[in-house]
Design a protein around this ligand. Structure first.
Ligand SMILES: NC(=O)c1ccc[n+]([C@@H]2O[C@H](COP(=O)([O-])OP(=O)(O)OC[C@H]3O[C@@H](n4cnc5c(N)ncnc54)[C@H](OP(=O)(O)O)[C@@H]3O)[C@@H](O)[C@H]2O)c1
Length: 239
């Protein structure tokens, strides 16, 4: 008998870490990716053609998230990967930038997860959620006060939902990457980058492929007794 493939929805999946996670799952799951932008040249890569990509979805807008209700209804697993950062000291951050980070990094994750749970509960089905946080949620970083506030809130969301929904068979965990080579970390100054590498036990920045297998593990059956936890993937930067 062939086993039915699970479906996983990955937010922020047009590039960077989200794309790597979606690509990794595409080997043996049905994958729905979500972002504002399109996948770049999917026709050149069979792993990308397997991803059911929803472009034109701005997760900063509740009405765009509402469009995903039908997709969420058929998702066994959810990866809350979307995230963005405006760096700069809080004293000079514009209210618009603060609002946008709260909206995209925090509100969208709460709202999307709420819809996912609503759809799963309506079908009396369980599930598993991994949320991508950051080590700055635990350690802080100069110039990332708002960003780290949103990421710390996601850790709290994860622990509370683990308790709230555990009896219904749902698991929630966070993956906290260190500095990973993507468009987001391109914003680092060269001096900052060198300092991070010097302080990292394994002596390099992370790669998206270092993180995706941890997400896979946390959404798979092998982690069935793990919930409400934060997993740091940072090459020993915070060791
Ligand atoms: N890179 C790092 O060093 C690092 C470290 C710790 C944690 N993280 C976290 O890891 C996650 C992925 O980061 P990354 O480095 O892969 O970032 P990235 O390269 O900037 O990619 C971000 C992804 O999110 C999507 N996105 C951004 N704003 C969106 C919006 N309003 N609506 C829908 N999609 C949106 C982007 O697609 P579109 O632009 O096409 O919408 C893109 O697919 C984030 O949660 C980030 O906070 C990253």
């Amino acid at each position: 008998m062939t086993e039915e493939r699970s479906t996983v929805l990955v937010t922020g999946a047009s590039r960077g870490l989200g794309l790597a996670i979606a690509r990794d799952f595409a080997a043996d799951h049905r994958v729905i990716g979500v972002a504002r932008g399109e996948l770049e040249n999917p026709e050149n890569d069979p792993a990308l053609t397997a991803i059911d990509h929803r472009s034109g979805i701005d997760l900063g807008r509740e009405q765009d998230i509402d469009q995903l209700a039908r997709d969420l209804a058929r998702c066994d697993k959810l990866v809350n990967n979307v995230g963005m950062a405006h760096d700069g000291i809080l004293a000079t951050q514009s209210p618009e930038n603060i609002q946008q980070m709260l909206q995209v990094n925090l509100y969208s994750v709460l709202y999307l997860t709420k819809l996912y749970l609503r759809e799963r509960l309506a079908q009396r089905k369980a599930g598993a959620v991994v949320t991508i946080g950051s080590i700055v949620s635990q350690r802080g970083y100069r110039g990332l006060a708002v960003y780290s506030a949103t990421k710390s809130a996601l850790n709290g969301m994860t622990r509370s939902l683990a308790r709230e929904m555990g009896a219904k068979g749902f698991r929630f965990n966070c993956v906290l990457p260190g500095f990973i080579q993507t468009d987001m970390s391109d914003a680092l100054e060269d001096e900052q980058r060198q300092q991070i590498i010097r302080r990292t036990a394994l002596g390099r920045l992370g790669r998206v492929e270092d993180v995706a297998p941890v997400v896979r593990f946390l959404l798979g059956d092998e982690s069935r007794f793990i919930t409400g936890q934060e997993f740091i993937v940072d090459g020993g930067l915070t060791a």
